[in-house]
Ligand binder design. Structure first.
Ligand SMILES: C[S@@+](CC[C@H](N)C(=O)[O-])C[C@H]1O[C@@H](n2cnc3c(N)ncnc32)[C@H](O)[C@@H]1O
Length: 259
């Protein structure tokens, strides 16, 4: 079984993804404890090249990746084969609007929707599609890019006009072609998910420091990467840090009616 936490000196990528993996792993453990005699069914919507899907498959669960990009699906397949979990990961070409068709009648214990609501035509529709395939008591895991950290980043880069614009665009008025990928505040993602029949379990602040600390500093100092990782983990559950978070990771539990 894959360890919950990486050991040794973690790479920079680990500091970016560890907080998300911690929460996904803990949620999978909750579900696996509730269903000890079967593997879990997990859907990864927009799962890309399958970094997370393969790690969950390595825990012995079945993962269906619904992903529009054929290139990403080819990489996913290679990654699954290299990790020896090709029997546990299936990739299908499709998008949020076709999710129900691909999933069929066997609802999922957990649906991942990471980095997708930024780019879909309608985030609320995509969430309705995910809600329709999660069984009652199952979990939704959503990762979205942070709005306020983007405002701060633009301001620090001297682009105050774009920082100001990012501050005020409502999600309803967001035009992907003009404004670029969507960004969300912590409150916005909670408000978007809740009406679809989910109770919020946790919202973690992700990448609070990792994107701010220069690589040269982290690479030069022995143990600095581990220190960064520890710091990311220490602030993940503190809402006051969400303004600085590069991403918000929300985990929510599906309430009935689905059996
Ligand atoms: C930023 S990547 C995130 C990949 C992966 N989930 C991760 O967290 O590393 C966004 C992914 O969403 C996919 N995507 C874009 N539009 C989509 C849609 N309408 N429905 C589902 N996935 C979509 C893209 O092909 C891409 O793989």
């Amino acid at each position: 079984m894959m360890p919950a936490r990486p050991t040794g000196d973690p790479g920079r990528a680990a500091a970016r993804t560890a907080v998300v993996w911690d929460a996904v792993f803990e949620t999978v453990e909750v579900l696996a404890t509730a269903h000890p005699v079967r593997s879990l069914r997990v859907i990864d919507l927009g799962g890309g090249t399958g970094g997370l899907a393969v790690r969950i498959a390595e825990l012995g669960h079945q993962v269906l990746v619904v992903e529009p990009s054929p290139d990403a699906l080819a990489s996913l397949r290679r990654r699954a084969v290299e990790s020896g979990v090709e029997d546990h990961v299936v990739g299908v070409q499709g998008d949020a609007s076709e999710l129900r068709t691909h999933v069929g009648d066997e609802l999922a214990d957990m649906v991942l929707c990471h980095g997708v609501l930024e780019v879909v035509d309608d985030p609320s529709q995509a969430l309705a599609a995910t809600a329709a395939v999660v069984r009652g008591g199952g979990f939704l895991s959503v990762v979205v890019s942070g709005r306020l950290s983007t405002v701060i980043g633009r301001a620090l880069a001297g682009d105050t006009a774009r920082a100001r614009a990012m501050l005020d665009i409502s999600l309803q008025d967001w035009d992907l072609r003009v404004d670029g990928p969507r960004r969300f505040s912590r409150e916005e993602i909670i408000e978007l998910v809740t009406p679809h029949g989910f109770a919020i379990d946790r919202v973690d602040a992700v990448r609070v420091f990792t994107d701010l600390v220069p690589s040269a500093l982290v690479d030069a100092e022995p143990g600095a990467r581990q220190g960064l990782l520890d710091l990311e983990r220490a602030v993940a559950g503190r809402p006051e840090f969400s303004a600085l978070a590069g991403q918000h990771h929300l985990v929510a539990r599906r309430t009935p009616p689905h059996p």
